[in-house]
Unconditional design. Structure first.
Length: 265
């Protein structure tokens, strides 16, 4: 079985940025199939464009733009890419990084398919910092990644206690054509609207409104990063009323407009 050393990923690298104990690559997947392999260091894969099938010894994933995985170093897997342009963003961390911040890798075994929009939003900010790459980027990336692992650990604890209605609600919120009214959502999961409103933050880490807004803005972020479609089409695909509504939602999260943010990259 192939072992990939530090900084090695199959494909063509558009960018490889080395920070202290962190290597970030922006990579086009060029192989139709990558056989069983594992990596020397733990890393994240954030799919920016295209599709990918990935399988390890426990489960398989059909990945679309916006999919985020964490692989611990011992996790063997293989990939199959359909015949279309596919691009991924990788963040690789060596052992010293985890030791420096007293983060226990044993808390994150195998592969984790990360679906939380809060964590994906943090990963979007890591992506932005890697493109800016100034004297503050290493500091920005490290603090964001510490928060990512804090979220992952908290999510693992919550998932054990999460009631059935919360799991069902999570799946409903991921449906793009869902009616997001409080009455409709509470009826769909079988609980009272007041209980849903009060309990939501406990299981999802933010308010219902902010959670839905993050889902939409995260999707828009991936579409903007792909540089394939117009801002008008992005607004339509992500369920915003108009560009003004989209820009105000985006600015609330990133403190800048999409145009200004992506001009830096």
């Amino acid at each position: 079985m192939n072992l990939l050393k530090t900084g090695e990923f199959f494909g063509t690298h558009y960018q490889k940025a080395a920070f202290e104990n962190i290597i970030i690559t922006d990579t086009e997947y060029t192989h139709r199939k990558v056989d069983w392999h594992y990596h020397e260091n733990p890393y994240f894969t954030y799919l920016l464009q295209g599709k990918l099938f990935e399988s390890n010894k426990k489960e398989s994933y059909y990945l679309a733009p916006g999919s985020l995985l964490f692989h611990n170093w011992q996790d063997a897997h293989y990939n199959i890419k359909p015949p279309e342009y596919t691009r991924g963003f990788h963040i690789e961390l060596n052992e010293n990084w985890f030791l420096n911040y007293d983060i226990q890798l044993t808390d994150f075994e195998g592969s984790i398919n990360i679906k939380s929009p809060l964590t994906k939003n943090l990963m979007n900010k890591v992506y932005v910092e890697s493109k800016i790459k100034d004297q503050y980027s290493n500091l920005g990336i490290e603090t964001l990644l510490i928060e990512v692992f804090s979220n992952l650990k908290a999510d693992q604890k919550i998932s054990v206690k999460k009631p059935d209605w919360a799991n069902k609600l999570h799946e409903l919120l991921l449906e793009e054509q869902m009616d997001y009214s409080l009455n409709n959502l509470s009826s769909a999961v079988g609980i009272h609207p007041i209980h849903l409103s009060r309990a939501f933050h406990r299981y999802f880490g933010t308010s219902l409104g902010d959670y839905i807004r993050l889902l939409k803005v995260n999707k828009a972020f991936n579409l903007i990063a792909s540089n394939k479609i117009s801002m008008t089409d992005i607004c339509y695909q992500c369920g915003f009323y108009d560009q003004s509504h989209f820009i105000s939602s985006f600015k609330r999260i990133y403190n800048t407009t999409p145009t200004k943010l992506f001009k830096k990259m």
